[in-house]
Design a protein around this ligand. Sequence first.
Ligand code: ZN
Length: 119
Amino acid sequence: MIGILLLAPCIKVCIKCNTHLLETGEYFNFRDKKKGLLRPDCKKCQSIYRKEYHKNHKKEHKEWSEAYYKEYILREGVREKRCENTHNWYKKNIDHVKEYDKEYLLKNPNYRIDYNKKK
Ligand SMILES: [Zn+2]
């Protein structure tokens, strides 16, 4: 009887929407994956919260990510690694790139003329 109780999945109540859900990674994000600790709010509530937060903090996020990128790109080997990755992607997807270029030129017939004017 005790064994059956231990194997039964536990129910966890979301602190935001009060929904009863299975206490698993399917319904709750991990707070600490190593320790197996789950967040107190469910994935749906977290998603709503994140979207709302992003909407209200767009400017700060943009400033933060620009500052981070400036610092990140200066780290040793980052620029070289990014160039290598881009080059590898290009080699793997050469057919896709050619097809994309062809379609782009059909949709934007003045692209080359405008590009040469800018030079
Ligand atoms: Zn919830």
